[in-house]
Design a protein around this ligand. Structure first.
Ligand code: ATP
Ligand code: MG
Length: 240
């Protein structure tokens, strides 16, 4: 196994104007790993994901992808480096067709044959998207929209898929199906960094986890260990 992590974040600081949100955040995602980030509302999870896809410039620290520093990189640079971001709230183009939303994910690619093959792969993964491919994305249910958002991310052919809130507002069946699909995507070699408010589900899916509290990493380790940590159960699962 390679010793260079696919994604490496060192002492990251970021915020909005004078307000600092992330303080000295460091984390790593190795090739093929499934890593989750747990934290309360407002902890800075989305802010971190926005830094990791070039939507927000950190004020200090570094992001390195496959050994390449991403200082001053644009969102397109992050996509080219192998990062795809499934944003909080899905952010589909609701008046565009499902097919066109999926193809938007491939906007930087020129390998037409491989793009067509990947689109078929997404349709096989989520047959409902194939059936409705000509419909506007806005007509999809919440769970179907999340399928479309994940499909759009995968159409970038990423090495790391960032997912901000997989299950928020979705029915348990939809969450189960999406989780199962992510397992397969991960098993096929795509690393996943998942922000998830359903802590139990996140720790079941992930190999490792980081806990972020008030913009700082307060705990990290194998998911199985954190799932049995009484402090985590009490703080994030309502159990004690
Ligand atoms: N565009 C913005 N301008 C100013 N402050 C912001 C902006 N976006 C987020 N914040 C603030 O930054 C802090 C972290 O927000 P962030 O969205 O990263 O948290 P989060 O962990 O994703 O929360 P949630 O679980 O609710 O999604 C919060 O205090 C929030 O109010
Ligand atoms: Mg958020």
């Amino acid at each position: 196994m390679s010793t260079t992590p696919t994604l490496s974040v060192m002492s990251l600081q970021a915020g909005y104007g004078d307000v600092r949100v992330l303080w000295d955040v460091s984390l790593e995602v190795a090739a093929g790993e499934l890593v989750c980030i747990i934290g309360s509302n407002g902890a800075g999870k989305t802010t971190l994901m926005r830094c990791l896809s070039g939507l927000l410039q950190p004020s200090a620290g570094s992001i390195v992808i496959d050994g390449r520093p991403m200082a001053q990189a644009t969102p397109a640079d992050f996509v080219r480096a192998g990062i795809a971001h499934v944003p909080e709230g899905r952010r589909l183009f609701s008046a565009m067709s499902i097919r066109d939303n999926l193809l938007m994910g491939a906007y930087l690619r020129t390998d037409k044959g491989a793009i067509a093959a990947d689109l078929e792969r997404i349709y096989a993964m989520f047959p409902i998207l194939a059936e409705r491919q000509r419909q506007d994305a806005g007509t999809l249910s919440g769970g179907e929209q999340q399928m479309c958002a994940i499909g759009r991310g995968l159409m970038a052919a990423p090495r790391v898929l960032l997912i901000d809130e997989l299950s928020l507002g979705l029915a348990p069946r939809a969450v189960e199906l999406l989780s199962e699909t992510l397992r397969k995507v991960n098993a096929a070699g795509v690393a996943i960094l998942l922000v998830e408010q359903d802590v139990m589900n996140a720790l079941e899916l992930a190999n490792r986890a980081y806990v972020i509290d008030h913009g700082r990493v307060t705990k990290s380790g194998p998911a199985i260990g954190l799932a049995s940590d009484p402090a985590i159960c009490e703080a994030y699962m309502g159990l004690s």
